[in-house]
Design a protein around this ligand. Structure first.
Ligand SMILES: [Zn+2]
Length: 342
Protein backbone atom coordinates (compact mmCIF):
# COMPACT_ATOMS: atom_id res chain seq x y z
CA UNK A 1 0.00 0.00 0.00
CA UNK A 2 1.15 3.57 -0.67
CA UNK A 3 2.74 5.45 2.23
CA UNK A 4 1.98 9.00 1.19
CA UNK A 5 -1.27 10.50 -0.01
CA UNK A 6 -2.25 13.50 -2.10
CA UNK A 7 -4.43 15.79 0.01
CA UNK A 8 -6.85 18.52 -1.10
CA UNK A 9 -8.52 19.99 2.01
CA UNK A 10 -11.39 22.47 1.90
CA UNK A 11 -11.05 24.15 5.29
CA UNK A 12 -8.39 25.11 7.82
CA UNK A 13 -7.98 28.06 10.17
CA UNK A 14 -4.19 28.12 9.96
CA UNK A 15 -3.86 31.53 8.30
CA UNK A 16 -5.71 33.26 11.16
CA UNK A 17 -3.91 31.12 13.77
CA UNK A 18 -0.55 32.30 12.36
CA UNK A 19 -1.55 35.91 13.09
CA UNK A 20 -3.18 35.12 16.43
CA UNK A 21 -0.13 33.22 17.71
CA UNK A 22 2.47 35.33 15.93
CA UNK A 23 4.12 32.35 14.22
CA UNK A 24 5.38 31.67 10.71
CA UNK A 25 4.03 29.27 8.09
CA UNK A 26 7.35 27.46 7.57
CA UNK A 27 7.51 25.88 11.02
CA UNK A 28 5.20 26.32 13.99
CA UNK A 29 3.35 24.40 16.70
CA UNK A 30 0.05 24.47 14.77
CA UNK A 31 -1.52 21.58 12.83
CA UNK A 32 -0.23 22.87 9.48
CA UNK A 33 3.23 24.06 8.55
CA UNK A 34 5.42 23.52 5.52
CA UNK A 35 7.50 20.86 7.23
CA UNK A 36 4.41 18.77 8.08
CA UNK A 37 3.11 19.40 4.55
CA UNK A 38 6.32 18.00 3.03
CA UNK A 39 5.44 14.55 4.41
CA UNK A 40 2.43 14.32 2.05
CA UNK A 41 2.48 13.21 -1.59
CA UNK A 42 0.97 16.58 -2.50
CA UNK A 43 -1.09 19.19 -0.70
CA UNK A 44 -3.67 21.66 -1.92
CA UNK A 45 -5.28 23.64 0.88
CA UNK A 46 -8.12 26.13 1.18
CA UNK A 47 -7.01 28.57 3.90
CA UNK A 48 -10.07 30.12 5.49
CA UNK A 49 -10.33 33.49 7.23
CA UNK A 50 -12.74 33.49 10.15
CA UNK A 51 -12.33 36.92 11.72
CA UNK A 52 -15.59 37.29 13.65
CA UNK A 53 -13.95 36.59 17.01
CA UNK A 54 -10.69 37.65 18.61
CA UNK A 55 -7.83 35.52 19.92
CA UNK A 56 -9.71 35.16 23.25
CA UNK A 57 -12.88 33.92 21.53
CA UNK A 58 -14.87 37.15 22.04
CA UNK A 59 -17.13 38.26 19.18
CA UNK A 60 -15.89 40.89 16.74
CA UNK A 61 -18.26 42.87 14.55
CA UNK A 62 -18.13 45.66 11.96
CA UNK A 63 -14.88 47.58 11.68
CA UNK A 64 -13.09 45.38 14.26
CA UNK A 65 -13.81 42.21 12.26
CA UNK A 66 -12.79 43.95 9.04
CA UNK A 67 -9.54 45.18 10.60
CA UNK A 68 -8.69 41.67 11.79
CA UNK A 69 -9.42 40.25 8.34
CA UNK A 70 -7.13 42.77 6.62
CA UNK A 71 -4.40 42.14 9.19
CA UNK A 72 -4.62 38.33 8.82
CA UNK A 73 -4.83 38.24 5.03
CA UNK A 74 -1.96 40.75 4.69
CA UNK A 75 0.16 38.61 6.98
CA UNK A 76 -0.68 35.48 4.98
CA UNK A 77 0.17 37.23 1.70
CA UNK A 78 3.62 38.03 3.06
CA UNK A 79 4.06 34.40 4.16
CA UNK A 80 3.02 33.29 0.66
CA UNK A 81 5.54 35.69 -0.88
CA UNK A 82 8.34 34.07 1.17
CA UNK A 83 7.42 30.65 -0.26
CA UNK A 84 6.41 31.46 -3.84
CA UNK A 85 9.00 28.97 -5.11
CA UNK A 86 7.03 26.09 -3.59
CA UNK A 87 3.47 27.44 -3.27
CA UNK A 88 1.08 29.08 -5.69
CA UNK A 89 -1.92 31.23 -4.82
CA UNK A 90 -4.80 29.91 -6.94
CA UNK A 91 -7.70 32.08 -8.07
CA UNK A 92 -8.62 30.22 -11.25
CA UNK A 93 -8.61 26.73 -12.71
CA UNK A 94 -5.55 27.69 -14.78
CA UNK A 95 -3.70 28.62 -11.58
CA UNK A 96 -4.39 25.16 -10.14
CA UNK A 97 -3.25 23.44 -13.35
CA UNK A 98 -0.08 25.58 -13.38
CA UNK A 99 0.65 24.81 -9.74
CA UNK A 100 0.40 21.09 -10.49
CA UNK A 101 2.58 21.41 -13.61
CA UNK A 102 5.23 23.36 -11.67
CA UNK A 103 5.13 20.86 -8.78
CA UNK A 104 3.94 23.57 -6.37
CA UNK A 105 1.39 23.29 -3.58
CA UNK A 106 -1.90 24.99 -4.48
CA UNK A 107 -3.21 27.58 -2.01
CA UNK A 108 -6.79 28.79 -2.11
CA UNK A 109 -8.33 31.45 0.15
CA UNK A 110 -11.86 31.42 1.55
CA UNK A 111 -13.95 33.40 4.01
CA UNK A 112 -15.96 32.25 7.00
CA UNK A 113 -18.28 35.03 8.20
CA UNK A 114 -18.90 37.90 5.73
CA UNK A 115 -19.25 40.37 8.63
CA UNK A 116 -15.77 41.50 7.53
CA UNK A 117 -17.39 43.21 4.51
CA UNK A 118 -20.48 44.24 6.48
CA UNK A 119 -22.43 41.34 4.84
CA UNK A 120 -22.71 43.72 1.86
CA UNK A 121 -23.28 42.03 -1.54
CA UNK A 122 -21.88 45.22 -3.12
CA UNK A 123 -18.51 44.50 -1.53
CA UNK A 124 -18.12 40.92 -2.84
CA UNK A 125 -15.96 42.32 -5.64
CA UNK A 126 -13.41 43.31 -2.96
CA UNK A 127 -13.27 39.70 -1.78
CA UNK A 128 -12.72 38.49 -5.32
CA UNK A 129 -9.92 41.04 -5.78
CA UNK A 130 -8.28 39.67 -2.61
CA UNK A 131 -8.33 36.15 -4.08
CA UNK A 132 -11.21 34.73 -2.04
CA UNK A 133 -12.79 31.88 -4.05
CA UNK A 134 -15.38 30.63 -1.53
CA UNK A 135 -17.43 32.10 1.32
CA UNK A 136 -19.89 30.99 3.97
CA UNK A 137 -22.85 33.22 4.81
CA UNK A 138 -22.44 32.89 8.57
CA UNK A 139 -20.18 31.56 11.28
CA UNK A 140 -22.02 30.43 14.45
CA UNK A 141 -24.01 33.67 14.85
CA UNK A 142 -27.01 34.82 12.81
CA UNK A 143 -26.26 37.94 10.75
CA UNK A 144 -27.84 40.21 8.11
CA UNK A 145 -27.70 37.34 5.58
CA UNK A 146 -29.01 34.24 7.33
CA UNK A 147 -29.51 32.23 10.49
CA UNK A 148 -26.76 29.89 11.68
CA UNK A 149 -27.05 26.23 12.73
CA UNK A 150 -27.41 27.56 16.29
CA UNK A 151 -30.16 30.10 15.63
CA UNK A 152 -32.29 28.58 12.85
CA UNK A 153 -33.50 31.56 10.79
CA UNK A 154 -33.67 31.29 6.98
CA UNK A 155 -32.09 33.42 4.28
CA UNK A 156 -32.89 37.16 4.41
CA UNK A 157 -33.55 39.26 1.26
CA UNK A 158 -29.98 40.58 1.67
CA UNK A 159 -28.80 36.95 1.91
CA UNK A 160 -30.50 36.16 -1.40
CA UNK A 161 -28.81 39.14 -3.05
CA UNK A 162 -25.50 38.01 -1.54
CA UNK A 163 -25.79 34.46 -2.96
CA UNK A 164 -26.77 35.76 -6.40
CA UNK A 165 -23.92 38.29 -6.56
CA UNK A 166 -21.32 35.79 -5.26
CA UNK A 167 -22.35 33.25 -7.89
CA UNK A 168 -22.27 35.91 -10.62
CA UNK A 169 -18.67 36.60 -9.62
CA UNK A 170 -17.80 32.89 -9.56
CA UNK A 171 -17.35 32.81 -5.77
CA UNK A 172 -18.40 29.42 -4.37
CA UNK A 173 -21.15 29.41 -1.71
CA UNK A 174 -20.14 27.34 1.33
CA UNK A 175 -23.17 26.19 3.37
CA UNK A 176 -21.26 24.94 6.44
CA UNK A 177 -22.44 26.66 9.68
CA UNK A 178 -25.82 27.62 8.14
CA UNK A 179 -29.25 26.83 9.56
CA UNK A 180 -31.11 24.07 7.75
CA UNK A 181 -33.80 26.58 6.70
CA UNK A 182 -31.19 28.88 5.14
CA UNK A 183 -29.70 25.85 3.37
CA UNK A 184 -33.02 25.08 1.67
CA UNK A 185 -33.60 28.76 0.89
CA UNK A 186 -30.23 28.80 -0.92
CA UNK A 187 -31.10 25.63 -2.84
CA UNK A 188 -34.25 27.38 -4.10
CA UNK A 189 -32.28 30.17 -5.76
CA UNK A 190 -28.81 28.72 -6.41
CA UNK A 191 -27.55 28.81 -9.99
CA UNK A 192 -24.33 26.88 -9.24
CA UNK A 193 -23.09 23.86 -7.27
CA UNK A 194 -22.74 24.49 -3.52
CA UNK A 195 -20.15 23.23 -1.04
CA UNK A 196 -20.33 22.22 2.63
CA UNK A 197 -16.62 22.65 3.27
CA UNK A 198 -16.38 21.13 6.75
CA UNK A 199 -19.51 19.19 7.80
CA UNK A 200 -20.21 15.53 8.58
CA UNK A 201 -23.27 13.25 8.58
CA UNK A 202 -26.05 13.93 11.07
CA UNK A 203 -27.24 10.31 10.69
CA UNK A 204 -23.91 9.13 12.11
CA UNK A 205 -23.41 11.95 14.65
CA UNK A 206 -26.45 14.05 15.51
CA UNK A 207 -24.97 17.56 15.68
CA UNK A 208 -26.52 20.72 14.21
CA UNK A 209 -23.23 21.42 12.33
CA UNK A 210 -23.68 18.16 10.38
CA UNK A 211 -25.78 17.48 7.27
CA UNK A 212 -28.96 15.44 7.05
CA UNK A 213 -29.12 12.74 4.37
CA UNK A 214 -31.52 14.92 2.38
CA UNK A 215 -29.13 17.87 2.49
CA UNK A 216 -26.21 15.69 1.41
CA UNK A 217 -28.13 14.16 -1.49
CA UNK A 218 -29.21 17.62 -2.62
CA UNK A 219 -25.59 18.85 -2.62
CA UNK A 220 -24.72 15.80 -4.77
CA UNK A 221 -27.62 16.53 -7.12
CA UNK A 222 -26.24 20.07 -7.52
CA UNK A 223 -22.87 18.45 -8.39
CA UNK A 224 -21.40 20.01 -5.24
CA UNK A 225 -18.86 18.92 -2.64
CA UNK A 226 -18.78 18.02 1.07
CA UNK A 227 -15.60 18.01 3.19
CA UNK A 228 -15.28 15.59 6.13
CA UNK A 229 -14.48 17.34 9.43
CA UNK A 230 -12.10 15.82 12.04
CA UNK A 231 -13.45 17.77 15.03
CA UNK A 232 -14.38 15.11 17.61
CA UNK A 233 -17.89 16.45 18.52
CA UNK A 234 -18.88 16.35 14.81
CA UNK A 235 -17.58 12.76 14.47
CA UNK A 236 -18.98 11.06 17.57
CA UNK A 237 -20.80 11.60 20.84
CA UNK A 238 -18.16 9.39 22.54
CA UNK A 239 -15.38 11.00 24.57
CA UNK A 240 -12.76 10.17 21.94
CA UNK A 241 -12.91 9.79 18.17
CA UNK A 242 -11.04 7.26 16.03
CA UNK A 243 -10.26 6.79 12.34
CA UNK A 244 -13.15 4.28 12.30
CA UNK A 245 -15.50 7.18 13.04
CA UNK A 246 -14.13 9.08 10.04
CA UNK A 247 -14.64 5.96 7.90
CA UNK A 248 -18.23 5.56 9.15
CA UNK A 249 -19.11 9.09 8.01
CA UNK A 250 -17.41 8.49 4.66
CA UNK A 251 -19.16 5.14 4.14
CA UNK A 252 -22.53 6.63 5.00
CA UNK A 253 -22.12 9.47 2.49
CA UNK A 254 -20.82 7.04 -0.17
CA UNK A 255 -23.88 4.87 0.48
CA UNK A 256 -26.04 7.89 -0.37
CA UNK A 257 -24.40 8.09 -3.81
CA UNK A 258 -21.70 10.57 -2.82
CA UNK A 259 -18.48 8.89 -3.96
CA UNK A 260 -17.71 11.71 -6.43
CA UNK A 261 -18.81 14.46 -4.04
CA UNK A 262 -16.91 13.63 -0.89
CA UNK A 263 -13.69 15.35 0.14
CA UNK A 264 -11.85 16.67 3.20
CA UNK A 265 -12.48 19.77 5.31
CA UNK A 266 -10.52 18.77 8.37
CA UNK A 267 -10.88 22.08 10.24
CA UNK A 268 -7.21 21.93 11.26
CA UNK A 269 -6.07 24.75 13.53
CA UNK A 270 -9.76 25.44 14.15
CA UNK A 271 -10.36 22.52 16.49
CA UNK A 272 -8.68 21.18 19.62
CA UNK A 273 -10.06 17.61 19.63
CA UNK A 274 -8.97 15.32 16.81
CA UNK A 275 -9.25 11.53 16.30
CA UNK A 276 -6.80 9.36 18.26
CA UNK A 277 -3.44 9.25 16.49
CA UNK A 278 -4.01 12.40 14.45
CA UNK A 279 -1.67 15.17 15.63
CA UNK A 280 -1.17 17.30 12.54
CA UNK A 281 -1.38 17.47 8.74
CA UNK A 282 1.31 14.81 8.24
CA UNK A 283 -1.04 12.24 9.82
CA UNK A 284 -3.24 12.41 6.71
CA UNK A 285 -0.97 9.62 5.46
CA UNK A 286 -1.89 7.41 8.42
CA UNK A 287 -5.56 8.28 8.05
CA UNK A 288 -5.51 7.41 4.34
CA UNK A 289 -3.96 4.02 5.12
CA UNK A 290 -6.46 3.39 7.94
CA UNK A 291 -9.40 4.11 5.61
CA UNK A 292 -8.09 1.55 3.11
CA UNK A 293 -7.32 -1.00 5.83
CA UNK A 294 -10.83 -0.41 7.15
CA UNK A 295 -12.24 -1.63 3.84
CA UNK A 296 -12.54 1.40 1.56
CA UNK A 297 -11.32 0.94 -2.00
CA UNK A 298 -7.91 2.63 -2.60
CA UNK A 299 -9.07 4.59 -5.64
CA UNK A 300 -12.10 5.77 -3.70
CA UNK A 301 -9.82 6.99 -0.89
CA UNK A 302 -7.61 8.85 -3.41
CA UNK A 303 -10.74 10.41 -4.87
CA UNK A 304 -12.04 11.59 -1.52
CA UNK A 305 -8.64 12.78 -0.30
CA UNK A 306 -7.74 14.67 -3.45
CA UNK A 307 -9.31 14.03 -6.83
CA UNK A 308 -12.95 14.94 -6.16
CA UNK A 309 -12.00 18.37 -4.82
CA UNK A 310 -9.42 18.94 -7.60
CA UNK A 311 -12.03 18.12 -10.23
CA UNK A 312 -14.64 20.34 -8.54
CA UNK A 313 -12.36 23.37 -8.28
CA UNK A 314 -11.13 22.97 -11.88
CA UNK A 315 -14.71 22.67 -13.06
CA UNK A 316 -16.15 25.50 -10.97
CA UNK A 317 -13.37 28.03 -11.44
CA UNK A 318 -12.99 27.32 -15.16
CA UNK A 319 -16.53 28.56 -15.53
CA UNK A 320 -15.34 32.11 -15.04
CA UNK A 321 -13.33 31.86 -18.22
CA UNK A 322 -15.46 29.78 -20.54
CA UNK A 323 -18.90 30.76 -19.30
CA UNK A 324 -19.99 27.21 -18.60
CA UNK A 325 -18.73 24.02 -17.02
CA UNK A 326 -16.14 22.06 -18.93
CA UNK A 327 -17.18 18.63 -20.09
CA UNK A 328 -16.02 15.87 -17.74
CA UNK A 329 -13.88 14.16 -20.41
CA UNK A 330 -11.96 17.40 -20.97
CA UNK A 331 -11.37 17.69 -17.21
CA UNK A 332 -10.22 14.11 -17.00
CA UNK A 333 -7.76 14.75 -19.83
CA UNK A 334 -6.35 17.81 -18.07
CA UNK A 335 -6.09 15.97 -14.76
CA UNK A 336 -4.27 13.07 -16.38
CA UNK A 337 -1.92 15.46 -18.15
CA UNK A 338 -0.73 16.91 -14.86
CA UNK A 339 -0.82 13.62 -13.00
CA UNK A 340 -3.09 14.81 -10.21
CA UNK A 341 -4.37 11.25 -10.27
CA UNK A 342 -1.09 9.55 -9.41
ZN1 LIG B 1 -16.04 26.54 10.74
Amino acid sequence: MRNTFPVFDLHCDTAVALSDTNQVWAENDLHIDLNKESKLFSHTQVYSFCCVYDEHGDALTGPEAEAKFIRCISNFYSELAKHSDTHKLCRTADDLLEAAKEGKHGVFLSLEGPEVIGCDPGRLDELKDLGIVMTTLTWNHANLLAGSHKTGEGLTPQGKAFVRRAQELGIIIDVSHLSEQAFWDICDISMSPIVASHSNSRAICDHSRNLTDRQFKTICNFDGLVGLNLYRPFLTTAATATYDDVRRHAEHFIGLGGKHHLSLGFDLDGCDELPEGFRDLSDCNGLGKALIEGGLDEQLVLNLMNNNAARFFLQYLQRRNVGEFLQMDELTRQLNEINVNT
